[in-house]
Design a protein around this ligand. Structure first.
Ligand code: AMP
Length: 143
C-alpha cells in the first residue's frame, strides 16, 4: 500500500506557515488544528522547512518566552525529508523511524501536496491488520 492510500482517506489539506511567522503564532496554529508540526513554505508551495512542537520546546527551553517572538525560520529544520504518493507506507514508516521524526511532507513536482504523520501510519496499519483478521475469520467460518 502506498502514501496515496493514506491521503485518499485523510485528504490533502496541509497547514503551512510563512518563514517570517513568529513562533507564538505557530503555537496557536498547532493548538487550533490539533497537529504536531507545520510545514514552512515559500512561493508556489515550495518547502523551506518544518517546525514541530519539539523545536518549539527546545527554543523555549533555551531562550525562555522571548523565543515566542522569534521568526520560525530561526528554529525550523531546513533539511526536510519528503516522500511522494507512490512511496510505500512501509518505506515511509522506516524513514521516520530511522530519522526519528513523526511527520513527512508529501511532494509532487517540488510542491507540497500533503502531510503524513506517524499517527496516520499507525491508524492505517491497524485498519490493515483488522481487515486481514476479518478476512481470515470469514475464510475459516466458510470452510
Ligand atoms: P517530530 O518527531 O516530527 O516532532 O520532529 C522531531 C524533529 O525532527 C524536529 O526537529 C523536526 O523539525 C524534525 N522533523 C520533523 N519532520 C521532519 C522531516 N520530514 N524531515 C526532517 N526533519 C523533520
Amino acid at each position: 500500500m502506498t502514501v496515496a492510500a493514506i491521503l485518499s482517506g485523510k485528504g490533502h489539506e496541509t497547514i503551512t506557515a510563512d518563514r517570517d511567522a513568529p513562533l507564538g503564532e505557530i503555537c496557536k496554529t498547532l493548538a487550533k488544528h490539533k497537529i504536531g508540526a507545520v510545514v514552512v513554505c515559500g512561493a508556489d508551495r515550495a518547502i523551506e522547512g518544518i517546525v514541530s512542537e519539539r523545536d518549539i520546546v527546545r527554543a523555549i527551553g533555551t531562550d525562555g518566552s522571548v523565543a515566542l517572538n522569534l521568526p520560525v525560520s530561526n528554529v525550523m529544520t531546513k533539511e526536510v525529508v519528503t516522500c511522494v504518493e507512490e512511496n510505500s507506507v512501509n518505506e515511509v514508516m522506516a524513514r521516520m523511524t530511522q530519522g526519528r521524526f513523526r511527520h513527512m511532507p508529501v511532494v509532487k513536482d517540488g510542491k507540497l501536496t500533503g502531510v503524513i504523520s506517524i499517527g496516520d501510519v499507525v491508524k492505517f496499519k491497524i485498519a490493515q491488520v483488522e481487515l486481514e483478521a476479518e478476512q481470515m475469520r470469514s475464510y475459516i467460518t466458510m470452510a
